[in-house]
Structure formats: structure tokens, C-alpha cells
Ligand binder design. Structure first.
Ligand code: USQ
Length: 400
């Protein structure tokens, strides 16, 4: 299959590109290399030494004999370039990762909020518009987030995108239907994925585009079968307060002797997926597209849920690290339960890699190997969610 991977230089895009190339797909990476520029802006580099795209491609060609094409293009800004690329490559599918993906980064300032909205919303709309404009039948697979749902439920498992509802229309008549699950984003970043979801519903209805939206949980781990083949293929490992995600941060913090930073009470429960399962899920989604005219297919791309303080205690018990409860920089519920339905991927053959000591140790060892590259001043999460928090007043902690 011919696949364009938009955002193929990033934390998810790079290992997914290698996985798809390895299984025989003709992969073209499209990227504006913004993630590398944000590293410069934040003064925080990936813990692992990632190579230039030129070196990455050459190493992959040398090891696998396979070619990955690369086009430098800003999907959010260069509509004409995107349209011409679709006409030239004529892909069967597009995997869309080309969005700013960090919640704390999106909340840093008015500038960061506006950049995240402009970039993400424009990128997604340009892709949808260009597919229609090209007249081609291209399956779009988008990386969404579990965060579109929020993290609280009425005790039910979060369904895969659609909620069955019964609406009493008269005293004795009830209409039964399915609606998009009500959204409850917790950051400007998460909100962009909510806006994406509405654009997908519209384009699937109006132009009969075939679209799959993957509502992904927090990725843990750093390398996959392919990125492990050679140091030149190594994936990013973000640990800083903006881009580092919780479990990888804890494993890195343990490796460098920094107390594990639990926000608030640590009662936040979140959905997780190992990076190897992430790339498998994308391949499964590509192999199981919706039909023309079908509504957007939504998969919950997660395999398990965990409470933040339980993860901290687990990492501490394996590594001997200490745990520190720090003030929560976010405005988020301090305690929540989370049940999630992921039958779609299980039904299509995904055999989940769940949290286990061996894999946690492996990630901790990777972090230890590059510990001398860590800048400890970049570890604390300093981006706060509200003006009141900026002024030193803690956010209210009701369930939002
Ligand atoms: N947290 C800590 N300590 C830390 C870092 C985070 O307690 O040092 C807490 C946060 O306060 C939050 C939870 O851990 O309650 C998760 O934070 P995170 O940074 O791991 O994840 P999040 O900001 O939600 O975003 C990440 C990815 C995003 C993806 C999302 C999936 O950056 O791209 O969409 O996970 S989900 O969380 O399911 O919405």
C-alpha cells in the first residue's frame, strides 16, 4: 500500500513509518521538522540522541534495503504543496500525525495556545480538503486522543466514539440513536482533537471520505522492533515538563536519581498503550478501512488504565526511586475512575503488551544509558493551566 505519513519525524510518526516500511508499504514521510525546532525553543533535547532525517533514511536503506521517501512540507501552511503531492504520489492512505501534541506546551501562553489551534486545525482541514480536491479515494487514518472524552464517566466503559442515546420525544415515543460521545477536553491541545473530530464527521457525511480516528491513550516505551535495530534509528525520548509523558518521565527520573514528580494526589487515572502496540494498531487500522459512505470509524487505541500514583509506586518499587507529591500545574480532577472499551482492536487481532516489570526495566535502562544527556532543570512541569495558578493560587480540583 502507498502511504503518506504526515508528521513522520515525530515520536509516534517515526516508529510507525519504519513499521509500515518493514511490512512492505511504500512510505513517504511528510514533515516540517517543527518538533526539532520546538526542542530548540524549549532548550530541551530528546534524552536519546536522534539523528537527522538524512541519516535515519540512509541507515534504514542500508539495514532493510527499503526506501522511505521524505518531503519537507508544512501541511498546515502549504495547501498547494500538499495538493500537488497527492497528485504526484496518489497514496492509498494517509496517516496524519502532523499536529502539536503536548498539552502543557499548548497551555504555556497565548502564543502557544494560538499556535496549537492554528497548526492543528489547519493541518487537519487542509488534509481533508486536499483529499476532496484531488478526487482520489484516500483512506485517512488520524491520530486522535482518549482526552477528547475527558476522563470521567458515569461508571460506564467509554465506548469507541459513539454513545447510544434514547430521547423521549413525546410521552409515549422514544427515539434511539447514536451520537458522537460528548467531549470534555482538558487542554487547548486536547480541544484541537475535538475540533478534528467534528471536521471528520462533516467530511465523511458530505464528501463520503473514508476516515478512521484513533483515540489513543498515553504512549509508554520508546523503541520498537525496527528502531532497536541500530542506534541511528533510535526514537525520541521526551522527559521535559512539556513533552515528557507521565510513565516515561517516571522511568527517566528514576534513572537519573530525581524524585518522581506526582502531580497533586496522583489519583488521576489514564489510558495507556505501549509504543510497539501503537505501531501495530496503525497497521491494523490501515488494513481495515471504512467503506465509502460509512460514518467515521473510531477506535480506542489503548490497552489498559492506571492511576498515576500507582505507576509512581510501581516504578519506585522496581528502581528504589523516591516519590514526591508536587502541586498540580494542571486544572484536572484529582481522583477519577476510567473504564474504556477497546473491543475493536482486540477483535482485529491485537494482543496487548501490558505493563510488566521486564519492559519497565528496559526503558529505565535506556534512560540510564543516556543519563548524562539529561538537563535536570528541564524536568519540572512549569506550564500552568490558569491565570490564577500563574499567580500562585491552586486550581479548584472538582471533576471537570
Ligand atoms: N503527570 C504527573 N506527573 C508528571 C507528568 C504528568 O502526575 O510528571 C500527570 C498529569 O498531571 C496528568 C497525567 O499524569 O494527570 C497524564 O499526563 P501526561 O503528560 O502523561 O499526558 P497528557 O498530557 O494527557 O498527554 C499525553 C500526550 C498526548 C496524548 C495524551 C493521551 O502528550 O499527545 O493525546 O497523552 S490521553 O492522556 O489519554 O489524553
Amino acid at each position: 500500500m502507498k502511504v503518506l505519513v504526515l508528521g513522520g519525524d515525530g515520536f509516534c510518526g517515526w516508529p510507525a513509518s519504519l513499521h509500515l516500511s518493514d511490512r512492505g508499504d511504500a512510505v513517504t514521510i511528510v514533515d516540517n521538522f517543527s518538533r526539532r525546532r520546538i526542542d530548540e525553543e524549549l532548550g530541551a533535547q530528546s534524552l536519546t540522541p536522534i539523528r537527522s532525517m538524512v541519516e535515519r533514511r540512509a541507515a534504514w536503506k542500508e539495514l532493510s534495503g527499503k526506501q522511505i521517501d521524505v518531503v519537507e512540507l508544512d501541511v498546515a501552511q502549504d495547501y498547494q504543496g500538499l495538493k500537488e503531492l497527492l497528485d504526484e504520489v496518489r497514496p492509498d492512505a494517509i496517516v496524519h500525525y502532523a499536529e502539536q501534541r503536548a498539552a502543557p506546551y499548548s497551555m504555556k501562553s497565548a502564543k502557544h495556545k494560538r499556535y496549537t489551534i492554528d497548526n492543528n486545525v489547519n493541518a487537519t482541514h487542509n488534509v481533508l480538503c486536499a483529499i476532496v480536491d484531488s478526487g482520489q479515494d484516500i483512506h485517512l487514518v488520524h491520530l486522535g486522543t482518549m482526552g477528547v472524552y475527558g476522563y470521567g464517566t458515569a461508571g460506564m466503559a467509554i465506548p469507541e466514539g459513539y454513545l447510544e442515546v434514547r430521547i423521549p420525544v413525546t410521552t409515549d415515543a422514544v427515539v434511539e440513536t447514536e451520537i458522537l460521545y460528548p467531549t470534555n477536553p482538558g487542554s487547548i491541545y486536547h480541544m484541537t482533537k475535538v475540533l478534528d473530530q467534528s471536521m471528520f464527521a462533516y467530511y465523511a457525511k458530505n464528501d463520503e471520505l473514508r476516515i478512521t480516528d484513533l483515540h489513543q491513550g498515553i504512549v509508554w516505551g520508546t523503541n520498537t522492533i525496527q528502531t532497536n535495530l541500530d542506534e541511528r534509528l533510535i526514537n525520541r525520548f521526551d522527559y521535559d515538563g512539556d513533552y515528557g509523558t507521565v510513565l516515561n518521565r517516571f522511568l527517566m527520573q528514576a534513572a537519573v536519581g530525581y524524585p518522581l514528580t506526582v502531580h497533586g494526589t496522583g489519583g488521576q487515572t489514564r489510558a495507556f498503550i505501549h509504543i510497539q502496540d501503537m505501531v501495530r494498531c496503525v497497521a491494523i487500522a490501515l488494513d481495515n478501512p471504512p467503506q465509502v459512505g460509512e460514518r467515521v470509524k473510531i477506535f480506542n487505541q489503548m490497552t489498559e488504565t492506571h492511576r498515576v500514583r500507582d505507576l509512581a509506586n510501581l516504578v519506585a518499587s522496581i528502581t528504589g526511586a523516591s516519590v514526591e507529591m508536587v502541586p498540580d500545574p494542571r486544572k484536572e480532577a484529582q481522583e477519577n475512575e476510567l473504564l474504556v472499551n477497546n473491543d475493536n482492536f482486540l477483535g482485529l487481532g491485537l494482543e496487548p503488551i501490558t505493563l510488566n516489570e521486564g519492559l519497565l526495566r528496559e526503558i529505565n535502562e535506556t534512560a540510564a544509558k543516556y543519563a548524562d544527556r539529561a538537563d535536570h532543570s528541564r524536568i519540572p512541569a512549569r506550564s500552568v493551566w490558569t491565570a490564577a495558578q500563574q499567580a500562585g493560587v491552586p486550581a479548584s480540583v472538582e471533576d471537570h
